[in-house]
Design a protein. Sequence first.
Length: 245
Amino acid sequence: MAGDQQNVADLAALKRLLIEKGIGLAFVTGRHRASAVAAIAEFDLPTPQWVISDVGTRVSEYRDGDCFSREDYRSRLLSITNQWTAESLIEALSKTDQWASIRLQEAEKQGPFKISFYAQSSDLKWLSAECREMLSQVDAPFNIISSVDPFTGDGLIDFLPTGVDKAFACKWLAEKLNLQFDRDVTYAGDSGNDSAALTSGCRAILVGNASDSLKEEMQEVPQVSVSGKKATSALLEALELLVVD
């Protein structure tokens, strides 16, 4: 069976497995929440109970085809940022000399605690250093995560509250759900901004369509399984083994 056909078949099998075994599902994405919700309908994805979006800066319950933000998570981020928000950070950063070297992403891709920029992927290293210098100048409790979009090849730079990323959000949600993180949570990822979550201590799967550099990096992490299968097929294979165990 061709790769795309196999993934379609495995997606249907995954949906059945999740329902039959009562496995909870959270979508964790670096993209903005509206994009994640649109993808659920467009690609007929399994129905999640939770959506963690905006590189871990927003946690939402998913009900009846829509998302509802968890205000207790927002309050947690406000306590970390000492009341700084994305809007106040943009205002401060725009006054620095390095502001002109990065390009702000579209308004719908920003979040209340996330500021996202485009960058040439070949310039990502030095632009990331410029962004860290900007943060030091305004003394804001934020950090950056840089990655390459696996679909477009664009360099991406995200400003996030210090210590907040996909791993932070997953651990917060696991605690709220009374889950044992290293035993009850399985995480699957494919890009650079998944690194923190993949290495956070839960069971983890790096799917086969990830970049070679990320595969090489994750080979050194004991709890990460680097799959030879792509996307949905990799996740289905891993979950079937876990169910058997």
